[in-house]
Design a binder for this molecule. Structure first.
Ligand SMILES: *Cc1c(COP(=O)(O)O)cnc(C)c1O
Length: 393
């Protein structure tokens, strides 16, 4: 079925799927490592590209292709490359777009390991990286050098909830001949479409909202154009960062309810944010749906909703925050986000522990920052849980 001109909710259910010989309603799991060629000529044609038949699961697999085509349509992109994790989506993009002597400008509060792998590993191959607060695009312009190849942004960023202007970044990227990559994990294509705003590459940790059920780890990259798609697919295949067919099956199943989940996550988050904002124990709160957020207007422009991730500080700093995390009963003290369940964590000692104290401060990750991923439970129960825990902190 051609789903290109249909609505988001229709695409999420049908895009990328194909009819098999038994008329299966669900996408079957093609749990096979290799595929039989009808004859030697067909084998040769698959390898030369004259035929698009399947060869070997690291290179491609029918179950995985459904997910790739589906998310590519949701993001209005050319095609997708599914990966074993969000981090392998990121390293495949780095590997495809950076080389010895090249330079990347990235968001300072980007996902911790996305920064760490550049500073500690790609640096060994003479790749240079600068991390700036990209919510002020002047910082980006000042960081661009003659050898800059990639502008990489995460918006909303993890865990500061800082918003970066994708359209403005696309203009800068065009002017300086850079490839603009956007980590769209926090927003999902339901709330934000970076490729429509001028980005070249969009990527996700599908571990989070796209799968949404805290039962797999995975990633995906979608590009606007064919040439970048081919480069990134090559990097994924040669580094062996492929997704597994069973993993793809679970993500396809989780993805079907993306719009419904994100709507409810967000409806709850707005209520939780309003509750926290006026609570006497809360020192500060950052949620793009509150007028107090520094980029409230920008969020309204480039996103169709403000999502369900909230950062806040408790009066009494780190100690009070620890007390809060130890006192919640309904919210789960765990990293990750974007699932059906409410999760709470402390980035400074957990997800961003590897970032130096100085860089954490520069990136806006204060010691008292608590990150909340609001789930789809009954919102009154989520609020009551936070309320009783705040009383103890
Ligand atoms: C979790 C996350 C990643 C990394 O994804 P994994 O699936 O854990 O490898 C990258 N970016 C963002 C914004 C994330 O939240």
């Amino acid at each position: 079925m051609n789903t290109k001109n249909l609505g988001f909710n229709t695409k999420v259910i049908h895009s990328g799927s194909f009819e098999d010989q038994f008329g299966s309603a669900a996408v079957p799991i093609y749990q096979t490592s290799t595929f039989k060629f009808k004859n030697a000529q067909e084998g040769a044609d698959c390898f030369s590209g004259a035929s698009d038949g399947y060869i070997y699961t690291r290179i491609g697999n029918p179950t995985i292709r459904v997910l790739e085509k589906n998310v590519a349509e949701l993001e209005n992109g050319f095609d997708g490359v599914a990966t074993s994790s969000g981090m392998s989506a990121i390293t495949s993009v780095y590997m495809a777009l950076l080389g010895s002597g090249s330079h990347i400008v990235s968001t300072a509060s980007v996902y911790g390991p996305a920064r760490g792998v550049l500073e500690k590993d790609f640096s060994r191959f003479d790749v240079e990286a600068d991390f700036v607060s990209t919510s002020d695009v002047n910082n980006i312009i000042s960081a661009i050098k003659a050898n800059t190849k990639v502008l990489y942004i995460e918006t909303p960023a993890n865990p500061t909830m800082e918003i970066t202007d994708i359209k403005a970044c696309a203009e800068i990227a065009r002017k300086h001949n850079l490839i603009l990559v956007v980590d769209n994990t926090f927003a999902t294509p339901y709330l934000q479409k970076p490729l429509d705003l001028g980005a070249d590459v969009v990527l996700h940790s599908v571990t989070k909202f796209i799968n949404g059920h805290a039962d797999i780890v995975g990633g995906i990259v979608v590009t606007k154009e064919k040439s970048l798609y081919e480069k990134i697919r090559h990097a994924m295949v040669y580094m062996g960062c492929n997704m597994d067919p069973h993993q793809a099956f679970l993500v396809i199943r989780g993805l079907k309810t993306l719009a419904l989940r994100v709507e409810r996550n967000q409806e709850n988050a707005v209520k939780v944010a309003h509750f926290l904002e006026t609570h006497p124990k809360i020192a500060w709160i950052k949620y793009p749906g509150l007028e107090s957020h520094p980029q409230f207007e920008l969020a309204k422009q480039q996103m169709s909703g403000t999502g369900s991730m909230i950062s806040f500080g408790v009066k009494g700093g780190l100690e009070a925050g620890r007390k809060l995390m130890d006192s919640v009963h309904l919210a789960t003290l765990a990293v990750s986000l974007g699932g059906v369940e409410t999760l709470i964590q402390h980035p400074a000692s957990m997800t961003h522990a590897a970032v130096s104290k100085e860089d954490k401060l520069k990136a806006g990750i204060s010691d008292d920052l608590v990150r909340l991923s609001v789930g789809i439970e009954d919102v009154n129960d989520i609020i009551a849980d936070l309320n009783q825990a705040l009383e103890k902190s």
